[in-house]
Design a protein around this ligand. Structure first.
Ligand SMILES: Nc1ncnc2c1ncn2[C@@H]1O[C@H](COP(=O)(O)OP(=O)(O)O)[C@@H](O)[C@H]1O
Ligand SMILES: [Mg+2]
Length: 278
């Protein structure tokens, strides 16, 4: 199972849009995908048409050691399943103040061994115990970044947080990538920050870019994704390309590790379903 967080300490950078559309795109490609909404404000859950769910069917369950995640009915959405956020998270944050409280989600996933190929976390714009739980449980982090000053500063701080988490809490965290979002090629400032990030971070910036797309904003109404709403829109193509690139990057790293471990020559990497069924 591949576990991925979408994270940036700055708001409005396209985290929620990215989590939804990467998940939908991976789902369309045959990956069994679960989205976990760890943002206490729950915008992703609301966007996907889930308002005030009973807390027994939300992320609140991840923080209860008695709960068997395998027995939970997740919410089926187009292309992926969803474990929505809960309005109890904000209240419970005060109690989650021990150093070990960043481990809840990783332990819940390890206990459960869920039947998914990919788990994708959406996180809030702040460094909270919930976003740390997501990073501690992840192997990869996608940092959506709007090529403008505040978003770039937030994204660079997020990279530092990810490095710290990797160093102190989660040695299995392999990679973090910037994904440029809401890019408008006509804006000089966008071109400037794009160049800045590529020069400074090289391959840690995904080649794929998400351009501004009104279809992405519109598709957020009514619990659908752009793939249901307007599959030929720019936003659909851009997220499909970004998801493909992510899969290649994740597989590339795995191939490299396989080679290191076995000395084997890389061959065709099977699709996730083939691995599970074989
Ligand atoms: N590529 C895009 N083109 C146009 N609008 C976008 C795009 N990505 C996100 N948006 C819009 O920008 C706003 C912030 O996006 P969101 O994904 O909620 O960011 P975050 O989760 O980081 O706060 C939303 O209104 C969303 O519809
Ligand atoms: Mg959000």
């Amino acid at each position: 199972m591949t576990v991925l967080s979408v994270c940036n300490h700055k708001g409005g950078t396209g985290k929620t849009t990215t989590a939804i559309h990467l998940a939908a795109s991976l789902g369309l490609s045959g990956w069994r995908t679960l989205v976990i909404d760890l943002d206490p404000q729950g915008f992703l859950s609301h966007t996907m048409g889930i308002e005030a769910p009973p807390s027994e069917r939300t992320v609140a369950q991840l923080f209860d050691p008695e709960v068997d995640l395998n027995a939970l009915p997740f919410w089926e959405r187009s292309g992926f399943d969803l474990l929505p956020s809960s309005d109890t998270l904000t209240k419970r944050m005060r109690d989650l103040n021990k150093p070990t409280d960043v481990l809840w989600v990783r332990e819940a996933l390890q206990r459960a061994d869920l039947p998914y190929d990919v788990v994708l976390f959406d996180t809030a714009a702040a460094v909270t115990v919930y976003s740390l739980n997501a990073l501690v449980a992840s192997q990869h982090v996608v940092v959506p970044v709007l090529p403008e000053y505040q978003s770039v500063v937030g994204a660079e701080q997020t990279f530092q947080t990810v490095d710290l988490v990797q160093d102190k809490l989660n040695p299995l965290l392999e990679s973090r990538w910037f994904l440029l979002t809401q890019v408008d090629g006509r804006k000089r400032i966008h071109r400037t920050y794009k160049k800045y990030l590529r020069e400074k971070y090289g391959p840690a910036v995904l080649e794929s870019v998400i351009r501004t797309s009104t279809a992405l904003a519109e598709s957020r109404e009514g619990g659908t994704t752009v793939f249901d709403h307007d599959p030929r829109a720019r936003g659909a193509r851009d997220y499909a390309n970004a998801a493909d690139e992510l899969v290649r990057r994740i597989r590339g790293e795995t191939e490299e590790q396989d080679r290191e471990a076995t000395g084997a020559v890389p061959g065709d990497v099977p699709l996730p379903n083939e691995v599970v069924n074989s």
